[in-house]
Design a protein around this ligand. Structure first.
Ligand code: NAD
Length: 308
């Protein structure tokens, strides 16, 4: 099947594109390279360098596609707090453009990459899909609004859109950037033999999910014809940031000084996905050995020319 992957030059998108190629599908990448890398592109995969805010180019790119996997986004709480307007232009209006392109072309499924950021501060543990949604950042808010837009297109236009709410994703092709995820940030500091910075007391917890499992969730969502709606995509387990720092030093065979800094605005205290809905309806089946996945990640990043 021909499949448009927006954000296909990014971390998760490029892992999806590789899996689609292995499965002999025909992905097309649509990306403006604002946080993605040319080095993530595959020569045999058509690449359209364009912005989500350009509806005309989106329609052109999606011609002949059976599904759109929509990952392109302005990613993360911190970036959205710095640039709230840009965040909504890309994450909300950009998603609306993807939905309009799909509607215009008669593509009845968009798989939207949403985020656990839509929930805000934890009220019950673990977090099921129906947990109160009270985001703490413009990013969580724009992702929630974009989800609602996907669901309203299901109601109004007979689409079968699926929103996947990722928890903290990690794995190969995830590189350090100033707005990045804690695992590449810690890895980057270990690579440079610099102290690890922890915001707050480090006892805050996160549900880290391997990108391999997020790729599988996207494929299940793309091809589960009867299913639609919202799904949590995590590992179903959590560790503290202090535990993560210890595990990463062990995985790297290195030790680092830990420096504690004040907590950051927009960061939630705890996070843990209830993944039973995705397990039941999508057949989602994530791995559980985070330490061995961190060893694999370290082995990837220490040999990645762009990270060294
Ligand atoms: N990484 C995580 O832990 C995580 C957690 C929750 C949700 N998500 C969501 O998953 C998706 C992929 O995230 P990622 O971690 O791979 O991030 P990423 O930054 O590596 O990938 C995003 C891609 O989108 C592209 N892009 C950004 N703005 C664009 C625009 N206006 N037009 C076209 N392309 C644009 C970037 O160049 C990049 O290649 C995002 O929607 C993100 O919100 C990620």
């Amino acid at each position: 099947m021909k499949i448009l992957v927006t954000g296909g030059a990014g971390f998760i998108g490029s892992n999806i594109v590789k899996r689609l190629v292995d499965l002999v599908h025909e992905p097309v990448v649509y990306d403006n390279l604002s946080s993605g890398y040319c080095q993530n592109l595959l020569p045999q995969v058509p690449f359209i360098e364009a912005d989500l805010r350009n509806l005309e180019l989106l329609v052109e790119a999606a011609q002949g596609c059976g599904v759109i996997l929509h990952l392109a986004a302005s990613v993360g709480n911190k970036r959205s707090i710095d640039l709230p307007q840009v965040d909504s232009e890309i994450n909300l209006i950009g998603t609306l453009n993807v939905l309009e392109a799909a509607r215009y072309l008669g593509i009845n499924r968009v798989v939207f990459s949403s985020s656990a950021g839509i929930f805000g501060e934890l009220k019950t543990l673990p977090i099921a899909e129906g947990h109160p949604q009270d985001p703490d950042s413009p990013y969580g808010t724009s992702k929630l609004a974009a989800e609602k837009m996907c669901l309203v297109y299901n109601k109004l236009y007979g689409m079968r859109n699926i929103c996947l709410r990722y928890f903290n994703v990690f794995g190969p092709h995830q590189r350090f950037d100033a707005y990045g995820n804690v695992i590449p940030i810690f890895a980057n500091r270990l690579l440079r033999k610099e102290p690890i910075h922890i915001f707050g007391d480090g006892e805050q917890t996160r549900d880290f999910v391997n990108v391999r499992d997020v790729v599988s969730a996207n494929l299940k969502a793309a091809f589960s014809e009867e299913v639609q709606g919202v799904f949590n995509i995590g590992s179903g387990a959590r560790i503290s940031i202090n535990q993560l720092a210890q595990m990463m030093q062990k995985a790297a065979g290195l030790t680092a000084d830990i420096e504690y800094l004040p907590p950051r605005p927009g960061d939630v205290r705890d996070s843990l996905a209830d993944i039973s809905k995705a397990q039941k309806l999508l057949g989602y089946d994530p791995g559980t050995d985070i330490y061995s996945d961190l060893v694999d990640y370290w082995n990837w990043i220490k040999n990645d020319p762009l990270s060294n």
